[in-house]
Design a protein around this ligand. Sequence first.
Ligand code: AHN
Ligand code: ZN
Length: 352
Amino acid sequence: MDTPCLCAPVVNSWTIFGPMQCLSHRVLGLGLIALFFAACQPETAPTAKPEPALPALPPVPLFNGDSAYAYVAKQVSFGPRVPGTAEHRACGDWLVEKLQAFSDTVIEQHAKVTIYNGQQVPMRNIIASWHPEKKERILLFAHWDTRPMADQDPERKNEPIDGANDGGSGVGVLLEIARHLALQAPQVGVDIFLTDVEDMGEPHGAMGLGQESLKTWCLGTQYWVKNPHVPNYTARFGILLDMVGSKDAKFAREGYSMRYAAGVVNKVWKAAAAAGHGDRFLSETRNYVGVDDHVFVNEAGIPSIDIIAYDATTGGFPATWHTHADNMDNIDKESLQAVGATVAHVVWTERE
Ligand code: AHN
Ligand code: ZN
């Protein structure tokens, strides 16, 4: 039978140099010997091997604002993309077709959801994935539906809006990112989630996080949080693009994003500066959004931020928000370019 090691309460020379009675003493002893010799090295001798070089990152692709703009124009050409309409269906088919051409997998989620007035509408979430086998992932998302009414417009309030900015711009940027994902993979996996029935919330707006707001907006994302497109889906972080195409768009650090994912805000703001667009990403934090898709994704445990235009003249969203002026005349290629180049920088510089 082996003699059990009678561990000495203190390490003395015997426990180091004497016959080793157990593995832990042997390791400790050798460690101390190594330390002793290391300390005796002349100061000029290298004490550590150089770190092995990290695998090289692929180049950040050149985001093309003209291409993103064309994707926004194409969406708008279908007409307002109000859930339940033929225009919504046709645009959805086109989005799926584009993403199938650019990605490894496209998953659609179809369900009926109930909006604020009790009406049931068909929801269609669209999720495209690149390297779905990778554990380290980034989630990029934007809503693709448009608001069925123009409740912020003094005229034709009951008619649907074009939603060039609100519904079109974020998707346009993400399709251009998708085109590049097809050409050169970043180190991490990526999912692009086009959320549906985001914009059918109760007409009094959603400036707070009250129960009514939480219940009636972002229904596609709320559905996805309860029914992820793959079991136990998660991502390292998420970036929501909402209204990123207005003229001379500027982006404040959004309050909820700062509270739940300040590190991601910092990462994205740094990337904007590195991409040469730091002037658009303001250092100030403002609470101007209320509920948006990222709120629910944060609750699902994925730290997520909202890149959403902040207009100093309104103290909130661009003046075209939920009006008929949210059309192609008010889309700015340079804004799409600034946001797209920033997101591309984040995605292609992220290490696995
Ligand atoms: C507001 O309407 C304030 N938030 C809901 C999210 C949204 C709607 N974004 C654009 N339209
Ligand atoms: Zn909206």
